[in-house]
Design a protein around this ligand. Structure first.
Ligand SMILES: Cc1cc2nc3c(=O)[nH]c(=O)nc-3n(C[C@H](O)[C@H](O)[C@H](O)COP(=O)(O)OP(=O)(O)OC[C@H]3O[C@@H](n4cnc5c(N)ncnc54)[C@H](O)[C@@H]3O)c2cc1C
Length: 519
């Protein structure tokens, strides 16, 4: 994803920050008055505990989006596995919800079911990475950012698939997939996972891998947020790209070339190289309501090789800007697309998405989508950070891995991921957002190029109103297996915030959420 405010200029733009939403009333008097006194002594000396009575509490529970965000009555920064266990046991025995925060960039609307919870904030003391020379793996804490994982691998001359954005949680991403530019070469983030240390809701700590707790290993690689807190994870790595430099081409077009862009993409997709990764984006310059097309073209290799795939775009008439750079792999998340992806790391905004995966583009449909995007900007000028993004990455290694190897369902449907990403400040425009978002998604389903008219969503990009099988697979056994695992490992449904496998359109089995009817 991009910070659409920064894209066109490639500079950090003024951010349209909104104040942190006022926290809901802290209604549990026992917790308000006693949490510091009762939970505090159970934590190690390195841990920290913040409650609403701390004047700077708002800075401790920040998240990427305020839309349908979870809310918190306390934040614990554990310093040890024991602290995580103690916090979970305290929360469950007092009937208080808890929530493991990794990178804080999850944005599913389902997270709003978590209210007045204790946040277990992992990034502070579980945010580092260590390269293991003996088997060339990297072990990370459950809150390590993608940039931390990448830097540890890169320093050892290794690489793996990480997301495009440096500040997203590496474990949070991998639990539902871990889609990234090198996936054509190395598979998804979850495919690189070697093992995880998981704390269940009853406080039990488990080693989870292909050798230990293998049923949970299957479920946690695709629907992992449903079962436990991952305090640490180990990822396999791969030899770095020869030359260790990656091509970055950035092209901005005025939109007259739209049909040509999508026709060229359609021609390229059947033979898309494993190391090529494009982002194609409808966006607007800061302060402008006129859309532009932005192409971010990244290739794992030298410029002369990249040119084989980029020259037709670079030659399009009427481009507003074209620039080329070579970056190290570890620098890519910060520098690609003019730094605009890294700039999307901020907090305290209202952001949400609609998503669908497609096989081909119909240029006429994309023209219509472009027109509708322009109409949205005119109608809602304060939401001009909104954009329509297509991510087109290699799929070779992703599809080589058998579909039943993990609970990640749509290996053969990750060809082109579409995201309509809203970025706005005025919550009253939500009805307009929903009307446009649902219409865009429906148009995308009907013109996806698949041999059915089904919705295929990458779970980490889901809004949360989609049917569960559009995230976890249309083969019924998949959801059934995930629910069996839930019964075994999380029978009280403590981990219900992120696409709970119990939920379905209508009330879930606790009467908690209504998928398909988010606020
Ligand atoms: C700007 C931006 C860019 C993105 N780019 C990419 C990308 O390139 N590729 C990609 O695949 N995805 C990408 N995503 C999506 C991202 O993978 C998901 O939003 C993911 O949920 C973020 O994980 P997090 O740890 O940062 O978020 P959090 O909000 O901390 O967590 C999200 C969910 O995962 C759970 N969770 C997180 N860590 C743990 C843990 N250690 N143990 C147990 N549960 C945990 C949380 O409890 C929560 O339910 C992007 C998102 C954003 C906002």
């Amino acid at each position: 994803m991009f910070s659409l405010q920064t894209l066109a200029s490639g500079l950090l733009a003024a951010s349209l920050c909104v104040p942190v939403a006022a926290a809901p009333p802290f209604f549990n008097p026992f917790v308000r008055h006693n949490l510091a006194a009762t939970l505090g002594p159970q934590l190690s000396s390195g841990a920290a505990l913040y409650t609403k009575s701390d004047s700077d509490f708002a800075k401790h529970d920040e998240r990427w989006t305020q839309w349908n965000a979870p809310t918190f009555s306390a934040v614990v920064e554990p310093a040890s596995e024991k602290d995580v266990v103690a916090t979970i046991q305290y929360a469950t025995s007092n009937g208080i919800p808890f929530f493991a925060q990794g990178g804080g960039h999850g944005y599913s609307g389902t997270l709003s079911i978590i209210q007045n919870a204790i946040m277990i904030k992992l990034q502070t003391n579980f945010g580092s990475a260590l390269y293991n020379a003996h088997d060339k793996s990297v072990s990370v804490g459950g809150g390590a950012k993608y940039s931390v994982l990448a830097e540890a691998a890169y320093a050892a001359g290794r690489e793996l698939t990480v997301g495009s954005c440096p500040c997203v949680g590496a474990v949070g991403g991998a639990l539902s997939g871990g889609h990234g530019r090198l996936q054509g070469k190395h598979g998804l983030g979850l495919d690189a996972l070697k093992s995880m240390r998981v704390i269940l809701a009853n406080g039990t700590a488990l080693d989870v891998s292909a050798e230990n707790n293998v049923d949970l290993w299957w479920g946690m690689r695709g629907a992992g947020q449903n079962y436990g807190v991952v305090v640490s994870a180990t990822f396999n790595t791969f030899p770095e790209t020869p030359g260790a430099m990656h091509y970055d081409g950035e092209l901005i077009l005025d939109g007259t070339q739209l049909e040509e862009v999508f026709e060229i993409l359609n021609e390229m997709v059947p033979t898309w190289p494993a190391g090529l990764a494009f982002d194609v984006l409808f966006a607007a310059f800061p302060g402008s309501l006129n859309p532009v097309i932005v192409l971010s073209m990244i290739y794992a290799g030298p410029k002369r090789e990249a040119a084989k795939y980029t020259h037709r775009f670079a030659a399009l008439k009427g481009s507003l800007m074209f620039s080329e750079h070579m970056y190290t792999w570890a620098d890519l998340p910060f520098k690609a697309a003019g730094g605009s992806i890294a700039a999307s790391c901020g907090t305290t905004k209202l952001r949400s998405t609609y998503s669908n995966n497609v096989r081909t583009f119909d240029p006429k449909v994309q023209r219509d989508a472009w027109n509708k995007y322009g109409e949205f900007l005119q109608a809602y000028p304060n939401a001009n950070g909104t954009g329509v993004l297509w991510e087109i990455f290699g799929t070779q290694r992703v599809t080589e891995i058998p579909a039943n190897a993990s609970s990640y369902a749509f290996r053969d449907r990750v060809t082109m991921i579409g995201l309509l990403q809203f970025d706005y400040t005025d919550p009253s425009i939500l009805p307009g957002i929903e009307a446009y978002g649902k219409a865009w998604r429906q148009q995308s389903i009907e013109n996806s190029g698949w041999d059915d008219d089904k919705l295929y969503v990458y779970p980490n990009y889901a809004r949360g109103d989609e049917p569960l099988d559009s995230l976890f697979g249309y083969e019924h056994w998949r959801i059934e297996k995930l629910r069996q695992l839930k019964k075994e490992y999380d029978p009280t449904d403590a981990f219900r915030g992120y696409h709970d496998v119990w939920s379905h359109p209508g009330k879930d089995h606790h009467g908690h959420s209504e998928r398909g009817d988010l606020k």
